[in-house]
Design a protein. Structure first.
Ligand code: GZL
Length: 328
């Protein structure tokens, strides 16, 4: 059972029971600090244990900076931040440490959807409220968290699919997927597949990293020589794909079009450079909204079950000035 039955909304769709946020790409700069930093604050601070899944992509880096900048001591938080290096066992250990430290609120971005039942039950038994961040969980634990904030991944996949249907209806598509079993991978695959699934000739995971994306595309170019498009679940893997395509003597954006998700600056620069063809944004800068939710949860106030972060989309009409003005 998924922890919640998320109503699917279009990118522009507003859903009554959710708080829809139009987020400015505000220039949040992290307060620095390494994994495991924090935890020495005073009594009146809200003690938060945050397990971040890793530092695998430009998106994650921007998200971490936003979270750290908002959950600062000057804003009333005593943050213990732990980077799990994309390993679920590291996240589970951090969550158990947060229980032992008896923090006020536990927040985490689960690297994959499953495998959390035992630790979520332990947290529930401890009485510490959970705020789910970015990724989603699929668990048998009843009512495992108070609230979730993140993007509508299925809508992102649908938006990418609709652009392909409109602009490349004959494309032969290789799908470069994120971390297998992660909410972002599962839902983007579902949304994209519902629109243009019959155009997909192959799939493989690049685990949301540039290096693994390059390796996956090097193999795909051999396995699917007639591919004309790559749908990549994030910009970082798409940038790795560009390297592989150029090494094979082909032109990214022309011989092999690239449709991507995230909208980090390097991805949008590839759009300006005509090596990407379309980018669906997935906004990582929601630290302020997360801080507001955690404050309310710590005070026992009501919060929406979900807060969906609004995304935009970009094509090759984007200008260099627009890219330069982006905060991440
Ligand atoms: C999406 C986030 C994904 C990004 C990737 O909200 O979970 O994880 O799309 C990141 O860049 O690795």
């Amino acid at each position: 059972m998924k922890g919640f039955n998320r109503a699917r909304t279009g990118l522009a769709g507003a859903v009554a029971t959710f708080t829809i946020l139009a987020l400015a790409a505000c220039g949040s700069s992290g307060d620095g600090g390494d994994a495991g930093d924090g935890g020495e604050g005073g009594d009146d601070l809200i003690r938060v244990g945050f397990s971040q899944l890793g530092a695998e992509s430009g998106w994650r880096t921007a998200n971490t900076e936003s979270v750290k900048a908002s959950l600062s001591e000057e804003n009333g938080f005593d943050l213990t931040f732990v980077d799990a290096q994309q390993k679920q066992e590291n996240q589970i250990k951090a969550l158990r440490d947060f229980i032992a430290q008896d923090v006020d609120v536990i927040a985490f971005s689960p690297v994959i959807e499953t495998g959390w039942d035992e630790v979520l039950q332990e947290i529930k038994d401890s009485g510490i409220p959970v705020v789910l961040v970015d990724r989603t969980v699929d668990t048998t634990v009843d009512d495992p968290y108070v609230t979730w904030i993140g993007a509508d991944f299925k809508a992102e996949g649908t938006t990418a699919g609709e652009w392909v249907k409109e602009n490349a209806p004959d494309a032969k598509i290789f799908e470069l997927q994120g971390t297998l079993g992660s909410g972002a991978q599962v839902d983007r695959e579902e949304g994209f597949g519902e629109v243009v699934g019959d155009q997909i000739i192959g799939k493989a995971s690049g685990n949301f990293t540039r290096a693994e994306g390059k390796t996956a595309v090097e193999a795909a170019l051999q396995a699917y020589p007639d591919m004309t498009m790559i749908f990549t679940h994030n910009d970082d893997m798409g940038l790795g794909a560009i390297e592989a395509i150029e090494a094979a003597g082909k032109k990214p954006g022309v011989d092999i079009q690239i449709v991507s998700v995230d909208g980090v600056r390097d991805g949008l620069q590839a759009l300006v450079d005509k090596k990407f063809n379309y980018v669906v944004e997935c906004n990582p800068v929601f630290g302020d909204q997360l801080a507001e939710l955690i404050e309310k949860v710590a005070a026992g106030e009501d919060v929406p079950k979900e807060t969906i972060v609004i995304d935009k989309a970009f094509d090759q009409t984007i200008t260099q000035e627009e890219v330069d003005a982006r905060a991440y």
